[in-house]
Design a binder for this molecule. Structure first.
Ligand code: GTP
Ligand code: MG
Length: 193
């Protein structure tokens, strides 16, 4: 899979607009600052298609990007953004859950976790949610360039055992160094066929 064309399509603030999304969708979820927008840019080989920021809570709406005129990337707001009020957090959470349970053409959800740490309670909650609603998902561990080889080996075992999955069930990536990005593109191709 090669991404030749990527453009911002629209932002969504309520579930009523979901019907307009007629193409297959791949969604990116994960806690704030985990690297969702950066991964989207790495996948589409664009520097700033999706806005990234070192300030957590940057993506506050559901942003839709149209890829190769044939499918959508869906950049969801990050959860667990500590500085947001309870009301704001609940409203984002509601928006994320509305999207995940109502979108007709959702093919696969990429759940991003940070390769440097154990999965958080919010990460586990999200995985349980997807499992309960039988929404297909794939776990991606981000920012592996921040780990040494030894640390990465150690964390691969730790994270997979904590999540109760095989090491090979998680894709370990770096958007910064473009490591293992092609594995995700291959998976997308598989799900489109
Ligand atoms: P929200 O929109 O707040 O939910 O965050 P996000 O998940 O979209 O994170 P974003 O892509 O904006 O990245 C957050 C920070 O992590 C930025 O400073 C990025 O440069 C950095 N970052 C993301 N991916 C990587 C990576 O693979 N390696 C390194 N070293 N830094 C990364
Ligand atoms: Mg973002």
């Amino acid at each position: 899979m090669i991404i030749k064309d990527a453009k911002f399509l629209t932002s969504i603030i309520d579930k009523n607009k979901l019907e307009q999304l007629s193409l297959p969708q791949f969604a990116f979820v994960g806690r704030s600052n985990v690297g969702k927008s950066s991964l989207l840019n790495a996948l589409s080989k664009r520097k700033s298609l999706a806005k990234t920021s070192s300030t957590p809570g940057r993506t506050r709406l559901i942003n839709i990007f149209e890829i190769n005129n044939s499918f959508y990337f869906v950049d969801l707001p990050g959860y667990g953004f500590a500085k947001a009020s309870k009301t704001e957090q609940a409203s984002w959470q509601g928006l994320i859950e509305d999207y995940l349970t109502n979108s007709q053409n959702l093919k696969l959800v990429f759940v991003l976790i940070d390769s440097r740490h154990s999965p958080t309670e919010k990460d586990i909650q999200m995985l349980k949610f997807l499992y309960a609603y039988q929404i297909p998902f794939k776990i991606i561990a981000t920012k592996i360039d921040k780990l040494t080889k030894t640390e990465l080996q150690k964390n691969k075992k730790l994270i997979s055992s904590e999540l109760g999955v095989g090491v090979d069930d998680i894709i370990f990536v770096s958007s910064e160094k473009k490591q293992n990005i092609s594995q995700i593109l291959d998976l997308i191709e598989e799900f489109l066929n």
